[in-house]
Design a protein around this ligand. Structure first.
Ligand code: SF4
Length: 328
């Protein structure tokens, strides 16, 4: 199927059994480590899917594979039905890069301090043929700045990144992504370096864009409060695997997997506030080399003998709610 053939029901993004294996130095010889194993999920147009987990759990690797910044070891990535690893095996097309944009945690590192904000916005507009004349370029830069709430746009365009606050720089990063009319945004911890009130403003902006432009988001966060506030669905990652998946409400109100239960219990006000602590109470969440049994077995309060030898498959614990655990 081509992009043009895709129907409304076709997910914007469909990831199947995505796996990334790295070689790590062992004592005698290199070992293989699955940083990501058999990760599968969909994101629909106008939907926010949060990928929640600790540092090292594989969230950012997932986004980088989808953005084609890293090659996967196995699996499938479909964009509007098109199998992009097959149709664009060596590198993504310019069109794919426009459709799938990425926003990073630290906007300062992705903005060149020597150039103005105008320069950063003109570049993608030019590269993707989104503006004709000089006047058109200027109008489009100003419109982008206004869309993300950076006004007066004429003044803001001539600032350098260091003259903007952290929240304003992240808005510039969003404006730059919007310059090429993306359908999917991979937002990798976009709010984690911001104060709570600025964080809410930024999530509100992203939500407005989701509604107005039907943008789908893969929202990567270690903050359950932000996930609850912004996401329609939450996927919980542990050691490179998705261990639970449900609507945000169902997952946080009735977490099924013991790992998710620990995460939710560690958040003092997950029911009402965005001002929550990071997902850190339940261990490192990094992949183990053995790959046998449940990845959470070493820390699980409900561990059974079979957990150490049999890898649990994802099972439906309620409609639309799955958990990978032998308790179900
Ligand atoms: Fe705990 Fe076993 Fe479930 Fe893993 S499979 S989360 S070890 S009960």
């Amino acid at each position: 199927m081509t992009v043009a053939d895709a129907t409304d029901e076709t997910p914007l993004l469909s990831v199947r059994r995505l796996t990334k294996t790295f070689s790590v130095d062992g004592r005698w010889r290199a070992r293989k480590l699955d940083v990501l194993r058999d990760v599968s999920f969909d994101v629909h147009a106008g939907e926010v899917v949060a990928l929640v987990g600790e540092s090292g759990s594989g969230k950012s690797t997932t986004a980088r594979l989808i953005a084609r910044l890293l090659p996967p070891s196995a699996g499938e990535i479909r964009f509007k039905g098109d199998n992009v690893l097959q149709s664009q095996p060596r590198r993504p097309t310019l069109a794919y890069r426009a459709h799938v944009q990425m926003i990073f945690q630290d906007p300062f590192s992705s903005l060149n301090p020597l150039h103005t904000i105008r320069y950063h916005l003109e570049r993608p507009l030019r590269r993707h043929g989104k503006a004709g004349s000089r006047a058109d370029l200027t109008t489009k830069v100003h419109r982008l700045l206004e869309t993300v709430g950076l006004t007066p746009a004429e003044e803001f365009a001539d600032k350098h990144p260091h003259q903007a606050s952290g929240g304003q720089r992240q808005r510039v990063a969003i404006a730059r992504a919007l310059a090429v009319d993306p359908e999917l945004i991979l937002a990798d911890e976009p709010t984690s370096m911001l104060d709570v009130s600025i964080r809410i403003d930024l999530l509100n902006l992203m939500r407005d864009l989701k509604v107005a432009r039907r943008i789908g988001y893969l929202f990567i966060t270690h903050d359950l409060g932000s996930a609850r506030y912004f996401a329609d669905r939450i996927l919980v990652m542990y050691a490179g695997q998705i261990v639970e998946s449900a609507s945000s409400e169902a997952l946080l109100d009735a977490p099924a997997h013991p790992y998710t239960q620990l995460l939710v219990a560690a958040v003092p006000s997950a029911d009402s506030s965005i001002a929550t602590g990071p997902v850190a109470a339940a261990g490192s969440g990094k992949p183990t080399a053995s790959g046998v049994g449940c990845p959470f077995a070493e820390r699980c309060p409900s561990v059974m003998d079979r957990c150490r030898t049999e890898t649990p498959a994802a099972r439906e614990v309620a409609p639309g709610h799955t958990a990978s655990c032998h308790l179900y």
